[in-house]
Design a protein around this ligand. Structure first.
Ligand code: FES
Length: 103
């Protein structure tokens, strides 16, 4: 069953940046502030177990800090090698300045 989880406030994430959110159940996520709004994905790159938190956000693309694989954060699609498996994405909603993701 899914649940909406509070991950922070809009002011916590600079434009074209992301934050890491660690759930108490052990799962970890990345939450992005992009030119098209806020998005959420799994925290770890699908290529190797590298967290995306130190990656580079370019428009709506996240570039992995380890081997520079790229993903579209709006749909999780892997865009460039060596990343070839899509990232899982999660719905995001805003209530005022509060950000929630559905996991
Ligand atoms: S770990 Fe992300 S591209 Fe290799």
């Amino acid at each position: 069953m899914s649940e909406w989880v509070h991950v922070g406030q809009t002011s916590d994430i600079d434009e074209e940046d992301l934050i890491r959110f660690d759930h108490e159940d052990g799962r970890t996520f990345a939450v992005y502030n992009t030119e098209k709004g806020f998005f959420a994905t799994d925290g770890f790159c699908t290529h190797e177990a590298q967290h995306l938190e130190d990656g580079l956000v370019i428009g709506t693309v996240i570039e992995c800090p380890l081997h520079q694989g790229r993903f579209d954060v709006t749909n999780g699609r892997a865009l460039s090698a060596p990343a070839c498996v899509d990232l899982k994405t999660y719905p995001v909603k805003l209530e005022g300045d509060e950000i929630y993701i559905e996991i």
